[in-house]
Design a protein around this ligand. Sequence first.
Ligand code: GLN
Length: 594
Amino acid sequence: MKYVLVTGGVVSGLGKGVTASSVGVVLKACGLRVTSIKIDPYLNTDAGTMSPFEHGEVFVLDDGGEVDLDLGNYERFLDVRLTKNNNITTGKIYQSVLEKERKGDYLGKTVQVVPHITDAIKNWIESVAVIPVDGKEGPADVCVIELGGTVGDIESMPFIEALRQLSFSVGPDNFCLIHVSLIPVLGVVGEQKTKPTQHSVRELRALGLTPHLLACRSAQPLLENTKEKLSQFCHVPIGNILNIHDVPNIWHVPLLLRNQNAHHSILKQLNLLSIAAPPNLQAWTKRAETYDNLKNSVRIAMVGKYVGLADSYLSVVKALLHACIACSLKPSIDWIAASDLEDESAKLTPKDHAAAWETLRNAECVLVPGGFGDRGVGGMILAAKYARENNIPYLGICLGMQISVIEFARSVLGLKRANSNEFDSETPNPVVIFMPEGSRTHMGSTMRLGSRRTLFQTPDCVTSKLYRNAEYVDERHRHRYEVNPEAIGVLEEAGLKFVGKDETGKRMEILELPSHPFYVGVQFHPEFKSRPGRPSALFLGLILAATKQLEAYLNTHQNGCRSYYNLDASIPSSYICIVLHPSLFGYSNCQWKD
Ligand code: GLN
């Protein structure tokens, strides 16, 4: 196994994750198989209990792992399926060491950070690196390891020491260290400053690790003399000083690396030049350029709780982007804090209330993403009602699905106090209830998590058609509550159809309102499996419906048939690629009927 370690210096938030996944993309483009490990030096065992406000979205894996959002970047960039063990935290390492200590596995020895914690880290890395994640057999060629945090943090010290030992034991041919740093520009003179990078490289060297490459983040391209200075003071050959300056979209980053021959430097260090091919990044180039040149946009209202931080819904944003690109549209996401839509806000913050409603009314479609807790629920219900009554395309994800059930029960069935037990344990009409197998006392890893199967109940529904007539679909879940099976009869009689259920038939997975152009709620999170070039079927459906192309699309794609002509002559030509785009011709997560 060959390792590429990516560390960060100077400040956090440099885009280390994007850099590391882009390195993976370039190596993959050279014909190598790539896996990745993200190290998060925090004490939490996983990201499951962390607030999206503070930490951004919790990404969910097939195996139910609740992990750092960077793993989402890796899955999307490298098109792989990672496991929960690909995310290492201090908490996980200590837990495993302490479990062994309790079992007496250390045979009476004093258990210490060095060697026991560091050994556990090394063993973990070496055993996870060989797990295949790309659907092929046998281990990958290269494992990209991203060390979270900034070099010098107290928390990351045991990891740095373990990685130093690992680099020594695997040998120089099998280890390449890329240090990501910042080159700020100060003052009116606008000089590119190298000193912070010099300091962080010195820190790294003091800990026994020498970078082979530097990846320097900067606003503008690095000047030649800045590179020379960096090379001289940081002990890195000038050809190995990469510059990741600001680019219009992150899909340019692999191209930027390729243009600077990063692959050559890395492959040389890893002694892989003889087996690697020149990087083929055609699809990436096309995608990055398409994105830059998008002219028309579609207005999407995102009505949620954590709207202050875009990272809170990172995968939803990415999934919207993938779907929009497939339709040659730029996503224009209008964030609406759900609580601003509530009547209460009209009194307390009238301006915000008016602005929120104005934004909602201007939107071409509405998305209510997942969430926990009762804040903003009233506003989400109002948004779902508005979309339902005004025929505005609506996609409700997880909480968003539960919201549409509550809204329907209140408005259509007249059950004014209908609610989820999550928000009102005393409601006389619990249309959403706690799942019997859940735990009420423990928060971490106690939800219904990971990939589960949804069986379509009828081929005659929008979602089944969007999934290209699949009989079932495997998508990822993360929830504690579910639609009350006892409420299904009345809800269906009144027109809300549950067209996707789990294998027992008792758990509702997909709802639709057949009388509406596109009103879909899903208990799962389709955003986690959306990929650039392979958008999620449901996000695609939402965007098609928002631009009034859904019906034509479904007609041309019925029975799995694929037609490649313009849907509607009145649609601007920039929309046309929706039917031509190759990304629409395959979903890895569903089964074809024929
Ligand atoms: N809070 C809801 C539940 O636990 C929805 C969860 C979610 O949206 N991920 O079921």
